[in-house]
Write a protein that binds this ligand. Structure first.
Ligand code: AMP
Ligand code: GLY
Length: 424
């Protein structure tokens, strides 16, 4: 079979890598892909938001299945177009993708169906939002309604900080129309974890748990990023808690969407805050997490193409999924300046030496070839991932691999998975 993957980050490299191991897959295309992906797939030069061009490509090349990595094409309706044309695709349609693309939609749905989440109120007026914040006190969380590339969430500890956040979102319109409405919500305490499931709208197949590291610097200091590293499993998600997450959060959410007349097909990702064993939803994403996918798919034993096809054909109940026991750790290496303006075009060395280490795989994110030279081309450059007998072993191997790699201005956190290692 032929498959097209949309996207060009570390998550998509992990998807392509898994597909390349499938006994069903003869050819992989990726749009736009990156340097690492180009070793396993044919990278195509089509704009990933030009859905008609992608559809033409799929028809011309007789592609059997399309898998969408990022949220943007989903929120813009790629699935609706492909489904209308009878093409198999993995991902929710535009209406269901609002779970990620509109925080107001998500919060209202959770409230209506009694799914645990922070208390909140929605505002279109700056003054009313400010008045509410004064009553509620601090800390308080302020979120732009729409997609803001992870930058639309502010945790305010003072009235001045809250006013600044409201100004950025509502007056300066830093995120455009995404800031037409704001959600002001209770600040939750606890430990965060990511929980992802595959679903065809009827059956739910859980993935192993994981934990991201969102801040740029060690000890969770500095600005929020797309994610600087991840590990799986997350010890905070015990077996008992996993049942609670499935029964109180994942299944009711899929059923709630169904009750609202929407069918959710693809990946449902819950960002959770866990406080004394009780999970609450911080956010939903309608796609695989990046970098969580790198350690999670490293642990997948089942043929990924079989799962993806079963989602598209709504027969996920036929799949039994299995995972490696061995934990996995991914350390993200980023360019100087990220998550702000970052360097580009620096030569990367040592990937082969890192990949040669046992149980280690270097997933590419922002990389490109420039006249045969492998160079940096994005904020997050590599996701150095290793599996080990224990989480400490996986962590040690991942950092040994990181030590082999070099590029000018490189940055990485030194404490990825420390929390999991210490909790053992
Ligand atoms: P979100 O995009 O909604 O997941 O928010 C990004 C990050 O902001 C989360 O991963 C949390 O670290 C933090 N956050 C969001 N909502 C809350 C909340 N209600 N309480 C505490 N932290 C939050
Ligand atoms: N790592 C968080 C995300 O993918 O949104």
């Amino acid at each position: 079979m032929k498959v097209l993957v949309i996207g060009g980050g570390g998550r998509e490299h992990a998807i392509v890598w898994k597909l390349s191991q499938s006994r069903h897959v003869d050819k992989i295309y990726c749009c736009p892909g990156n340097a690492g992906i180009s070793e396993l797939a044919e990278c195509i030069d089509v704009n990933q938001n030009d859905f008609n061009a992608l559809l033409d490509f799929v028809k011309y090349e007789w592609i059997d299945l399309t898998i969408v990595g990022p949220e943007d094409p989903l929120s813009k309706g790629i699935v609706d177009l492909f489904a209308k044309e009878g093409r198999k695709i993995v991902g929710p349609d535009q209406a269901a993708a609002q779970l990620e693309s509109s925080k107001v939609f998500c919060k209202d749905l959770l409230k209506k169906y009694g799914i645990p989440s922070a208390e909140y109120k929605v505002f279109t007026s700056y003054i009313h939002a400010e008045d509410y914040i004064k009553i509620k006190g601090f800390p308080i969380v302020i979120k732009a309604d729409g997609l803001a590339a992870g930058k639309g969430v502010f945790i305010a500890s003072t009235l001045d900080e809250a006013r600044d956040a409201l100004k950025i979102i509502m007056k300066e319109k830093a995120f455009g129309d995404a800031g037409n409405r704001v959600v002001v919500e209770e600040c939750l305490a606890g430990e965060e974890a990511s929980y992802m499931v595959f679903t065809d709208g009827k059956t739910i197949l859980p993935m192993v748990s994981s934990q991201d590291h969102k801040r740029i610097f060690d000890d969770d200091k500095g600005l929020n990023t797309g994610g600087m590293g991840a590990y799986s499993p997350a010890p905070v998600v015990t077996d008992g808690l996993e049942n609670v997450i499935r029964e109180r959060i994942m299944t009711p959410t899929v059923n709630a969407l169904k009750a609202e007349g929407m069918k959710y097909k693809g990946i449902l990702y819950a960002g959770l805050m866990i406080d004394q064993g009780r999970p609450k939803v911080l956010e939903f994403n309608c796609r695989l997490g990046d970098p969580e996918t790198q350690p999670v798919l490293s642990r997948l034993e089942t043929d990924f193409m079989e799962i993806a096809m079963a989602i598209a054909e709504e027969r996920l109940h036929e799949i039994s999924i299995s995972w490696k026991k061995d934990p996995a750790v991914c350390v993200v290496m980023s360019s100087e300046g990220y998550p702000g303006t970052y360097r580009k075009g620096d030569t990367i060395t040592g990937i082969k030496q890192a990949n040669d280490l046992e149980g280690t795989y270097v997933f590419h994110a922002g990389t490109a070839y420039k006249e045969e030279r492998l160079v940096t081309s994005g904020g997050r450059v590599l996701g150095v991932t290793a599996t080990g007998i224990t989480i400490a072993d996986a962590q040690k191997k991942a950092y040994e691999a990181v030590d082999k790699i070099h590029f000018k201005g490189m940055h990485y956190r030194k404490d990825i998975a420390d929390r999991a290692v210490k909790s053992r």
